[in-house]
Design a protein around this ligand. Structure first.
Ligand SMILES: Nc1nc2c(ncn2[C@@H]2O[C@H](COP(=O)(O)OP(=O)(O)OP(=O)(O)O)[C@@H](O)[C@H]2O)c(=O)[nH]1
Length: 307
């Protein structure tokens, strides 16, 4: 039902306008179909200038040839073009480069048409603080050696633990091997199901890997979708067998993502070090395993290549 303004609100209009113009937040009203701006408060005029006859997407954003792709109008009314209530979201404005929390709602304008009203509060400082806290948390986790997503060792811990293990390997003239693997066409999973689903798949792979290797093996996520396993007292043949077992485990286990069973394959590079050598460098072993992994990718993926 369209509400007509009553006498009381007409009398209060100048005072209400003063209130709206005193707020430390952008308030604007735009026609939901033509995007015509019907009102911009003083805060908006100070930051974005005089709206003139500009439409909301021309006035508030830059470099756009049409309505914003992220326009929230679709969330504000239902299939019968009736208002659906308040929609809150966060956005970095392309003109001011500042972050805003936006509270959008479709309401009926006095002439009966449906308009969007947005109240946008600058939250840039809060966002900065959140991102600094996030960076500090990541740094602390990195220093602690844990990959925050999978709880496997990160590259730093892999390097510390791995170099320690290699020293022992040389001292006791034992064999050691390194498996490096990288998921195949992982980008497609992110693209099709979203980054969060991609993260779930990585978690699933980490779980399967840990379940497949021995306690003494050092497992790490050393890059986005790249993993490494350092195997003490393991020769090339044994490491090759383990890589094959893990490859088949990944191939034969599905993970449920958004109601769909997803199977991920991976390509493996496997190398072994000479038990008689005098020096072993983990970074060189990683580079060698990476070269074999590269061959596995080039040969068609979902395979392991041993050197
Ligand atoms: N979800 C998620 N994706 C990640 C993470 N780290 C890296 N990625 C994604 O992994 C993908 C890697 O893509 P590419 O390097 O093209 O490799 P690929 O699609 O697996 O293809 P091939 O390796 O050639 O088989 C990219 O889409 C990255 O965004 C992460 O932590 N989480």
């Amino acid at each position: 039902m369209n509400k007509k303004p009553d006498k009381q609100s007409n009398d209060a209009y100048p005072a209400l306008l003063t209130v709206v113009n005193s707020l430390d937040a952008l308030i604007y009203v735009a026609d939901m179909d033509s995007y015509e701006l019907l009102f911009v408060n003083e805060y908006g005029r100070q930051k974005w200038g005089d709206p003139g006859k500009l439409r909301c997407w021309e006035y508030l954003q830059k470099n756009q040839s049409g309505p914003c792709t992220f326009c929230t109008n679709k969330h504000l009314r239902n299939d019968e073009a009736k208002p659906t209530g308040v929609y809150v979201w966060e956005f970095r404005n392309t003109v001011t480069n500042r972050w805003f929390q936006c509270r959008d709602e479709a309401i009926y304008w006095p002439d009966g048409r449906l308009v969007r009203i947005e109240i946008a509060t600058d939250i840039t400082e809060r966002k900065q603080m959140e991102s600094e806290l996030d960076a500090a948390r990541r740094e602390a986790e990195f220093l602690a050696g844990i990959d925050p997503l999978t709880s496997l060792n990160n590259r730093r811990a892999f390097s510390d633990l791995g170099n320690q293990l290699l020293k022992e390997t040389i001292r006791f003239k034992q064999p050691a091997s390194l498996i490096m693997f990288d998921l195949d066409h992982f980008k497609q999973i992110n693209d099709q199901f979203g980054h969060e689903s991609g993260d779930e798949v990585l978690l699933h792979i980490a779980r399967l890997t840990r379940e497949t290797v021995r306690q003494a093996d050092i497992v790490a996520r050393i890059g986005g979708e790249e993993f490494a396993i350092l195997l003490p007292q393991t020769d090339l043949e044994q490491a090759g067998q383990l890589a094959e077992r893990l490859r088949q485990t990944l191939m034969n286990n599905t993970v449920n993502i958004k109601g769909q069973g997803i199977t991920t394959t991976a390509s493996f590079g496997v190398i072994s070090c000479d038990p008689e050598c005098d020096e072993l460098r983990l970074d060189q072993m990683l580079a060698d395993a990476d070269a074999e992994l590269y061959k596995a990718k080039n040969a068609g993926r979902n395979r392991s290549v041993c050197r």
